[in-house]
Design a protein around this ligand. Structure first.
Ligand SMILES: Cc1ncc(COP(=O)(O)O)c(C=O)c1O
Length: 493
């Protein structure tokens, strides 16, 4: 990453650790054997595979034979839930989960509901916490699985898995936890958590993408999802991705070794960032538990704004963060996690997630707050002062939108960067757009053409100014884009 860039999206993915990649490279090259071949080359790969398995097990206090490699967190969640459902359907068809799970869990449960399983979705409190007593109340004679995440990916709240584990154990029900966000960030021990199944993904802990694991407690029986040559104890057929698995193993060792130091460093940075935001940006509200929260996650709401436009503003300054809203190519919907926590939709739309990593610095936090403050006040001033209608400019490339905004501001025009509505997106990728007051649409177009900035298209939009918040604003914008038809250009094309 270029020096001037600040990466604050570690909950989405992390860079590969500098101590990880060199370990992987030989397995792309001369250690190319199939780990299941009996000759020397195969044996070398087999040794690497088993070493990585021990490294992954070591991070969570498990035994090597309890680790099944998968293609990532999503597959681990699927294997756990579908594996138990299909393996134990003769005992019962009821599953308990929470309403704040990742879609890898929620959509797997929804799928099972279409094939005769019943799922209880437990609510959470204002901090996003599942009540263990509610879990106990939901257990029935035919309950075969409880799946509650270890820590939430949007707000960072850590769930009371130990307590739920005790209940599950006492009632004889299997417990799965999705630890994709917490592994390598806070200590995990499968014995003290009393879980039977636990999902991991390498790319959230400085390992490569496309590899993960499911911890399966010794003696727990699952039905496989993928059938074939009996690899991974018959639970996940297919020749293992040795390069990625070697990287995953090394990432786990490094994460375990540096855990305490990184935890304190990242928490310190996050707490500083949080207090600077609350001090300097009026109306900012922090979401999630203050006591039991992942050290690196900060979810903050700026009511009345659309977080995606804040993301675009930060992006233009080389700062990378996430919006709390889940955007698909067809629509923009408020985050299911925030709404389950009782946060109203219009506030959920204004929610930004900043997630830190050990490589972030105090200087980066200071700079981020300055840019965030300017972005939020710029957006607020624009919407407060903007007339009923705005001119919307789309550009072939995102960087042209920032150049255009700077040029127009230099000429005294009120112009802001914003995100295009989900509807317009190709493959879910947001384009940056530029908004100006309607009376400035023509002069702005003139000025941009005169400066040689290529404009993709110019539109008008009505009614997204001051009195409209959140959903209403997006609905209005959506109606406009619906009339426009598909944009058809991918920003990366
Ligand atoms: C809590 C949680 N579970 C599962 C996943 C899916 O992991 P993967 O991207 O490795 O499939 C994610 C990824 O964002 C996550 O945050």
């Amino acid at each position: 990453m270029a020096r001037s860039e600040i990466y604050l999206d570690h909950a989405a993915t992390t860079p590969v650790h500098p101590e990880v990649m060199p370990r992987m490279l030989p397995y792309f090259g001369y250690h190319y054997g199939n780990p299941h071949s009996i000759h020397g080359l195969g044996k070398r790969a087999r040794i690497a595979l088993e070493r990585a398995r021990a490294q992954v097990a070591g991070l969570i206090g498990a035994s090597s034979h309890e680790i099944i490699f998968t293609s990532g967190g999503t597959e681990a969640d699927n294997l756990a839930i579908q594996g138990v459902a299909r393996g134990l359907s003769h005992k019962g068809r009821h599953i308990i989960t929470s309403s704040v799970e990742h879609h890898a869990v929620l959509n797997t449960c929804a799928f099972l509901e279409t094939s005769g399983f019943e799922v209880s979705y437990l609510g959470v409190d204002g901090q996003g916490r599942v009540d263990p007593a509610a879990v106990e109340r939901a257990i029935r004679g035919d309950t075969i699985l409880i799946s509650v995440m270890h820590a939430n990916n949007e707000v960072g709240t850590i769930e009371p898995i130990e307590e739920i584990g005790r209940i599950a154990r006492r009632r004889g029900v299997l417990l799965h936890t999705d630890a994709v966000q917490s592994a390598g960030k806070i200590p995990i021990d499968v014995e003290s958590l009393q879980v039977d199944l636990l999902s991991l993904a390498a790319h959230k802990l400085y390992g490569p993408k496309g590899v993960g694991a499911l911890y399966v407690r010794s003696g727990v029986k699952l039905a496989p999802l993928v059938f074939g040559g009996g690899h991974e104890q018959g639970l996940r057929a297919g020749t293992e991705n040795i390069c990625a698995i070697v990287g995953f193993g090394q990432a786990c060792t490094v994460a375990g070794r540096d855990l305490q130091r990184n935890l304190l460093h990242v928490k310190d940075l996050r707490d500083t960032l949080e207090s600077m935001i609350l001090e300097r940006i009026p109306g900012a509200v922090v979401n999630g538990s203050r006591e039991t929260r992942l050290p690196h996650v900060l979810s903050v709401t700026f009511e009345g704004l659309e977080a995606e436009s804040i993301v675009v503003g930060l992006d233009a300054a080389g700062i990378y963060a996430s919006a709390g809203a889940a955007c698909t190519s067809a629509s923009v919907t408020a985050s299911h996690v925030l709404t389950a926590m009782g946060i109203p939709e219009h506030q959920a739309f204004g929610t930004l997630r900043l997630s830190l990593g050990f490589e972030n610095t105090a200087e980066e936090m200071m700079h981020t707050v300055e840019v965030l403050e300017a972005t939020v006040s710029g957006l607020r001033a624009f919407y407060d002062g903007a007339p009923e209608a705005q001119g919307v400019f789309l550009f072939p490339q995102d960087h042209q939108a920032s150049t255009a905004a700077a040029l127009l501001k230099g000429q005294g025009m009120a112009a802001i960067l914003a995100a295009t509505p989900g509807h317009l997106r190709s493959n879910g990728i947001s384009l940056h757009c530029l908004l100006v007051g309607i009376s400035e649409k023509e002069p702005a177009a003139e000025a941009l053409r005169a400066a040689g900035i290529e404009i993709d298209s110019v539109h008008e939009i009505r009614g997204i100014n001051r009195p409209l918040l959140g959903k209403t604003m997006l609905d209005k914008a959506q109606t406009f884009w619906d009339h426009l038809g598909p944009h058809g250009k991918d920003k990366d094309a």
